[in-house]
Design a protein around this ligand. Structure first.
Ligand code: ATP
Ligand code: MG
Length: 417
């Protein structure tokens, strides 16, 4: 008998989303097409975890249906005719609509060749049984579960299972995805899936830089990414991204510390810098080019190692704030925070924190124009005096504008004597 999820879905979905998918089901029906909600949201409905990715699949024409639905529900519509997909934007959430499709892989790791297909075709191309469930949305069938690969059973037994033995060969990004879901949900790789994964780790080499990087970024956006990194190490996956990467206990501890410090830079950049902290500069360059990191990440990663090589200069407890400032200016916040988390010297850490939380915000009150009015000659001297004021402020030698002015006056006196 078909299982009906109507009452669960009514409790699970926010009312505006529920109302919309009901309208969508009616619209599909009127067009003589079958519409389903699929993937992560069905999985998370059973797990009672929030998910705001609403993926709809229609056996028919997603764009035509999206146009009708956009009219009936006043949505902002974006269509991608090449992919047969559309996105409907509503205040606070969006719906993705795709035409059911079948996929064939011409060679491992390549993007698949896609044709319109049935829901069944669309489900078998998916990564894991728990992500391959669908729920019917047409009014007469509303809430009916389609579970061709026993995803619900695997949810119950907390298992990540591929749909066929060639899955990791077709698309090795699934290796990283399997680990991510396993660790996010505290599941286990099903025994055969784990065997297949272990024997296909080398297939990661068939995946483009950008796709691998994207999967790593998704891992680093998890609530506790250290779990997946550690598991990736254990399964021989991490060293496939770079042979020197380690997901050991040190990394776990320091990721947790990074989270607790609730720092203001992007936590995922910080994780990335911590991940490469024990690489050499050469290894870091190899990793950057293998994953083709964009400029902002690669800069943070490089600076992390450059600063690591310099940071011993901050171990002297007698350093003045202006010396610390001199050494640290020019480094990105992520590079400094990474070193602050990773250093074993409490003096180094204090100095990094002093810079991050205080010194880097301090500026002299007087500006170049003020200095000229007081009598500093225009030209390079102005910069010199501003630097002097900056140092004095950093070191707490001046506090008020008056004190800055009298420092300038005594500088002028020295100049004329
Ligand atoms: P998450 O909570 O991580 O967003 P999700 O299930 O919504 O989980 P998405 O990455 O948003 O995952 O992808 C949506 C769906 O597309 C998945 O549930 C899965 O069925 C399918 N999918 C995504 N990537 C792949 C892949 N590489 N191979 C096969 N199916 C995939
Ligand atoms: Mg998603």
């Amino acid at each position: 008998m078909t299982e009906k999820l109507s009452s669960q879905i009514e409790k699970y979905l926010p009312p505006p989303v529920l109302a919309l998918i009901k309208i969508a089901g009616k619209d599909a029906d009127a067009l003589g097409q079958d519409l389903y909600i699929v993937g992560g949201v069905v999985r998370d409905l059973f797990l009672d975890r929030a998910n705001f990715d609403f993926d709809l699949v229609v056996e028919g024409d997603a764009i035509g249906l999206a146009q009708k639905l956009a009219k009936d529900s006043q949505a902002k519509l974006t269509v991608h005719p090449r992919f047969g997909t559309a996105k409907l934007n509503y205040p606070g959430f969006s719906l993705d609509l795709a035409t059911a499709r079948s996929e064939t892989y011409s060679k491992p790791g390549a993007l698949p060749t896609v044709q319109p297909g049935s829901l069944k075709d669309d489900l078998i191309r998916r990564d894991f049984s728990i992500n391959a469930m669908a729920m019917h949305l047409n009014p007469k069938h509303f809430g009916e579960l389609i579970d061709l690969y026993n995803g619900k059973d695997d949810l119950k037994h907390r298992l990540i299972r591929v749909l066929h033995p060639k899955s990791f060969i077709d698309d090795a990004t699934r290796i990283l995805r399997a680990i991510r879901y396993e660790q996010r949900l505290c599941f286990k790789l099903e025994a055969e899936t784990e065997k297949l994964l272990r024997s296909n780790v080398a297939m990661l080499d068939t995946i483009s830089s950008d796709r691998i990087r994207h999967e790593l970024e998704l891992i680093l956006e998890e609530d506790e990414p250290e779990r997946a990194i550690r598991r990736a190490d254990e399964l021989g996956v991490l060293k496939r991204l770079h042979p020197s990467l380690k997901g050991n206990g040190w990394l776990s501890k320091i990721f947790i510390k990074a989270r607790q410090a609730a720092m203001r830079t992007s936590l995922s950049t910080l994780y990335l810098c911590l991940l490469i902290y024990n690489l050499t500069e050469k290894e870091n360059e190899e990793f950057i080019s293998r994953l083709n990191f964009p400029k902002n990440s690669s800069q943070a990663m490089r600076q992390t190692l450059q600063l690591k090589a310099q940071v011993h200069n901050l171990a002297n407890p007698k350093l003045k704030p202006s010396d610390i400032h001199q050494l640290l200016r020019g480094y990105s916040t992520s590079a400094i925070q990474t070193n602050s988390l990773a250093t074993e010297s409490s003096t180094v850490n204090q100095h990094l924190q002093l810079y991050l939380t205080k010194s880097r915000y301090l500026k002299p009150l007087l500006k170049g124009d003020d200095l000229k009015k007081i009598g500093v000659p225009a030209g390079p001297k102005v910069g010199e005096v501003l630097d002097m004021l900056h140092r004095a402020r950093l070191n707490g030698e001046v506090r008020t504008q008056k004190e800055e002015e009298s420092l300038v006056h005594s500088w002028l006196q020295k100049q004329s004597s």
